[in-house]
Design a binder for this molecule. Structure first.
Ligand SMILES: Cc1cc2nc3c(=O)[nH]c(=O)nc-3n(C[C@H](O)[C@H](O)[C@H](O)COP(=O)(O)OP(=O)(O)OC[C@H]3O[C@@H](n4cnc5c(N)ncnc54)[C@H](O)[C@@H]3O)c2cc1C
Length: 316
């Protein structure tokens, strides 16, 4: 029997669907012959954490550092490393969040383990565990059968839920921060804007660089609110600081599979398309009739997005 350690940050922004997704992945790795433990880094200050479908895990431990540790990366390198050594873990799994991308490569290096980020599928196959992730700028889809190899995996696929399972309350234990190991790492990530979560949304309205400015981003927010959609963004819009990185769709962001995906002022770069392959219907609004996004769109509207969205808002 091989052992897997699942790791999650529990902050005020953590959603039940994130716990459920890890529990569903734990069920998948169980089919491949792994036991799964869950390690929760709790930064809410609460004495206990409710873990959705938590009984899927063999053991759940929730820890909080005795003193502040920034985004927790250094602390987690230490805490995950200790848990891996204590229970001879050969697999570490987390969600593909920015916080996890800070510690996971360090843990993989210290374990001499395979490191796969942006995994889209982690499933039992070939008598073991098979992982699928885009590589080479999403030009290539890589499928790896892990066999007996150690691996650190970050999952960026769709929200999942196990078919059964009950919630578990875990007590948070205060854990000493080793002197000289933990240090504050400033994080520039903007807090999520709230609203409908991107993961699992049935409708998504995403804006790109064509939106034009931070002030105009509210046009995207208002239209999304009007049609009951989650707000998404291209990486270019995230890099401009118009929208938090938690809303990025694509190769290095989240994969979405909504019924309807509306791309506003997005050119359709391969890295963006890597995140919307599961969308059932794509509507693209772009002023450039040659924009690549029209090649994958079911409905394409050529024109200035402000005029098009304000006309649509008047009709709705
Ligand atoms: C390793 C790697 C990972 C990446 N990961 C991601 C990722 O996860 N997600 C992602 O999105 N990108 C990612 N990128 C970046 C990606 O390659 C593109 O650079 C990015 O998607 C472009 O964003 P955009 O479409 O918003 O901007 P642009 O390509 O600049 O397109 C803007 C579009 O807006 C249109 N436009 C302008 N004004 C208007 C208007 N008034 N009305 C209507 N349309 C208008 C233009 O015609 C244009 O088509 C990654 C790149 C690399 C190298």
């Amino acid at each position: 029997m091989k052992n897997a350690l699942f790791v999650i940050h529990n902050s005020p922004d953590t959603r039940a669907s994130e716990f459920a997704t890890l529990a569903a992945l734990a069920s998948a790795v169980a089919s491949a012959g792994y036991t799964s433990d869950l390690l929760v880094l709790n930064t809410t200050g609460s004495a206990s954490v409710t873990i959705k479908h938590g009984n899927v895990f063999r053991a759940v431990s929730a820890i909080a550092p005795e003193s502040p540790v920034g985004d927790g990366a250094e602390f987690l390198v230490h805490a995950v490393g200790k848990a891996v050594a204590d229970a001879s873990m050969s697999l570490v799994v987390g969600l593909g969040t920015i916080a996890n991308r800070n510690w996971a490569p360090q843990v993989a290096a210290s374990l001499s383990a395979e490191y796969l980020t942006a995994c889209e599928a982690i499933e039992a196959a070939d008598g073991g565990l098979r992982v699928t992730a885009p590589v080479m700028g999403a030009m290539v889809q890589k499928s790896v059968s892990l066999g007996d190899r150690k691996a650190v995996l970050l999952y960026s696929g769709e929200a999942l839920a196990p078919s059964s399972g009950t919630d578990v309350d875990a007590q948070v234990s205060s854990t000493a921060v080793e002197q000289g190991r933990a240090r504050f790492i400033a994080s520039e990530a903007l807090p999520d804007t709230g609203g409908i979560p991107l993961r699992g949304a049935s409708r998504v309205v995403s804006g790109g660089l064509g939106v034009g400015s931070a002030d105009k981003w509210q046009v995207i927010e208002q239209f999304a609110a009007k049609v009951g959609a989650a707000v998404g963004a291209s990486r270019a819009a995230v890099e401009m600081g118009w929208v938090p990185s938690s809303r990025q769709v694509g190769f290095s962001g989240q994969k979405v599979s909504p019924d309807v995906y509306v791309a506003v002022g997005i050119s359709g770069a391969v890295h963006h398309l890597a995140g919307i392959g599961g969308a059932k219907k794509i509507i693209a609004i772009n002023k450039d009739p040659e924009a690549g996004i029209f090649k994958v769109a079911d409905i394409g509207i050529v024109g200035d997005y402000e005029q098009i969205l304000s006309a649509a808002m008047r009709k709705l």
